[in-house]
Design a protein around this ligand. Structure first.
Ligand code: 5GP
Ligand code: MG
Ligand code: MG
Length: 187
């Protein structure tokens, strides 16, 4: 069965996504004009990898890139509770501006955990750049650190979405758009 035929409906097309990512990159470029060193963009593995790759190529600053990983979801569509840090940064972020790059904010618990970790590591500010935000499901309020800002691509309706880096059971990350799977595929 071809990949596209697994999708019940498309929520954001590749074109809509690239327009919005360009706007976010322009905002970040103009918010950190004189930061020295330029910000470190920290992608939350694995889901943020596609968004991060598109975003960084449109930011006109000498940024650096790193990854961090926190696991809570496993293979299902519901969070398994408090996330655990399972891959730490390589970069020393002490005294640096960090922008955490996430695919989607759902309960908020992953971000809350990662923000406090980066704060303990001495980041001078922690911003969040989330491709999607599902405010209807928030359980933990997270706060940016210092002069950090919250950037977000789109507000997501309360569906379990896949594509543009986001998976179901590790599949569908390579879809160039965001959509919802046919219901029979979620079981
Ligand atoms: P939170 O800790 O905010 O509840 O969840 C964060 C993580 O759960 C996201 O970074 C993402 O990996 C996963 N997640 C939350 N909602 C969705 C969704 O609708 N689709 C997919 N594929 N993953 C999701
Ligand atoms: Mg994620
Ligand atoms: Mg996942």
């Amino acid at each position: 069965m071809a990949l596209d035929s697994h999708i019940e409906k498309v929520i954001w097309t590749a074109g809509e996504i690239s327009d919005r990512v360009a706007e976010l990159a322009a905002e970040i470029t103009s918010d950190f004009p004189a930061a020295s060193p330029a910000p470190v963009l920290v992608g939350v593995a694995t889901g943020a990898f596609v968004f991060l790759a598109d975003l960084v190529r449109q930011i006109k600053l000498p940024i650096s890139v790193d990854f961090i990983r926190a696991d809570s979801y496993g293979c299902g569509t519901e969070s398994a509770g408090a996330p655990r840090l399972s891959l730490d940064l390589k970069a020393d972020v002490r005294g640096k501006h960090v922008i955490l790059v996430e695919d989607i904010v759902d309960t908020g618990s992953t971000l809350a955990t990662l923000i406090s970790h980066l704060e303990k590591r001495g980041a001078s500010s922690v911003s969040v750049c989330a491709f999607l935000d599902k405010p209807a499901r928030r359980k933990v309020e997270f706060q940016v650190v210092g002069s950090g800002k919250y950037y977000r691509g789109f507000e997501c309706p309360d569906y379990f979405v896949v594509g543009y880096g986001m998976d179901f059971a590790e599949v569908y990350r390579n879809l160039p758009y965001v959509g919802v799977l046919k219901p029979e595929l979620y079981s």
